[in-house]
Design a protein around this ligand. Structure first.
Ligand SMILES: [Zn+2]
Length: 432
């Protein structure tokens, strides 16, 4: 298959929303990128629209039920800090970076989710130390490319403050710009989280989120400059995309408190889960209900049915296994609930089942101001996709597309093929 570009640079701005598009047009570097670019400002995300499933759909072309990353975290009832789907081994099937590597191309990935221990040449995976006895530096070194990570930390480590934003994105951007200049990889995947962090903490339209967008514009400028400086400008393709939007919330729903009150979850003296028949795994805007004991199925069904029939409960929809599978989410869950706008699910077992969100709880990190994880069909919840450079037609505006169309399109640009996947190659964007 013919290769359409020599260098594909993909920048994921986590939580970049269709609702940001007018603002992007006013920012100098996004404006520069948009000149002559092709784009779609109505990109449907996947379900549940949380970061790890989204980024895996972007890079595999499949919905979560096929690639296996059906949530951010593993189901570990009662564990205060559950493990995330960090490692490549959790992903079923191939990815664009695997195919690129197989074809002998050089690859780079910086904080791209679910890539720990993947075969990527220049690699700092997104993996955080979530056990007290783990150190962040050791965790990063063990799961990415060892000497490259040391080199990037030596050169740019002064920019970061651990894994806190916005400094982490500044570090990652500096490392990415340096990598473009000196290594000129055929494929680079970059994940920036500043905007998403600010929206969770301060809300969708907060001044903090606006500031993050401006910082992202500066970072984009730094990367565009690195592409120009490296001399690969006329052989490179640049993609800027988002993974989901987000919505403000006022009330948290704790399904596990309701399940505990019904005797379906048992907790010990210290409040941790000792046994369970049904358990809620939160995806913030939606949640899965797993049912271990088939005898509990009907009880849970009745309980959820009565909840959803009262609109005051903040639950917009109740889905059962077959429907969940059809939407591309985890078919192993017995039920899935979609929150109404303004509501989100917490996995907590403590306190009241419903709590209105107070500023003190947000400041302490207990709750958030905005979240995602909702259905792709929520109104005004689309994300964006912008493509420009080698192999891309000028000024094609796609009315709509899906996150799963991105991976097959990236593969086609690099002369690769992801095979039979859920998404399609966006041929109308390509020059060949
Ligand atoms: Zn995200």
């Amino acid at each position: 298959m013919k290769r359409l570009t020599d260098h594909l640079i993909v920048i994921s701005f986590d939580c970049l929303s269709a609702n940001d598009f007018e603002e992007l047009k006013k920012l100098p570097n996004f404006q520069r990128l948009l000149e002559g670019a092709s784009y779609c400002r109505q990109v449907n995300t996947i379900y549940p629209s949380v970061t790890y499933p989204c980024h895996t759909s972007i890079i595999t072309g499949n919905y979560p039920n096929r690639h296996g990353i059906t949530a951010n975290t593993l189901v570990q009832p009662g564990r205060p800090s559950p493990d995330w789907y960090w490692q490549r081994r959790h992903v079923d099937g191939s990815t664009v970076y695997d195919e690129a590597k197989k074809a002998g191309m050089s690859t780079a990935a910086l904080l791209w989710p679910v890539t720990a221990k993947a075969k990527i040449d220049y690699h700092i995976p997104e993996i955080f130390a979530n056990r007290k006895w783990h150190s962040q530096t050791a965790v990063s070194l063990m799961n990415g490319s060892f000497f490259y990570t040391i080199e990037m930390n030596r050169k740019f480590g002064h920019l970061r403050k651990g894994i806190r934003q916005p400094w982490l994105d500044d570090f990652v951007t500096a490392a990415a710009a340096y990598t473009i200049r000196t290594k000129k990889p055929n494929l680079m995947l970059l994940h920036l989280v500043d905007l998403d962090s600010q929206r969770h903490r301060y809300g969708f339209h907060s001044t903090e989120a606006e500031d993050a967008l401006r910082r992202h514009d500066d970072r984009l400028g730094e990367l565009l400059k690195a592409i120009d400086d490296s001399g690969i400008g006329d052989r490179a393709t640049i993609i800027a995309l988002g993974d989901h939007s987000s919505l403000d919330e006022h009330t948290v729903i704790k399904m596990n408190v309701l399940l505990k009150d019904s005797g379906l979850i048992l907790v010990g003296k210290k409040g941790s889960v000792t046994s369970w028949q049904a358990y809620c795994q939160s995806n913030d805007g939606s949640c899965y209900i797993f049912v271990k004991d088939p005898e509990a199925q009907e009880r849970v069904n009745a309980m959820l049915h009565s909840l959803v029939t009262n609109p005051k409960n903040g639950i917009g929809a109740l889905y059962r296994a077959g429907e969940i599978e059809k939407m591309g989410a985890d078919g192993k869950a017995a039920f899935m609930l979609e929150a109404k706008e303004g509501y989100y699910f917490s996995e907590s077992l403590n306190g009241e089942a419903y709590e209105s969100i107070q500023e003190a709880d947000v400041a302490s990190g207990l709750y958030t101001r905005a979240c995602h994880g909702y259905s792709p069909n929520k109104p005004g919840y689309q994300t964006v996709f912008i493509a420009k450079g080698k192999g891309i037609q000028r000024e094609v505006v796609l009315p709509n597309m899906s996150l799963v169309d991105e991976g097959p399109t990236f593969a086609r640009l690099l002369g690769l093929d992801l095979g039979n996947v859920d998404g399609r190659v966006l041929t109308e964007l390509l020059t060949d």
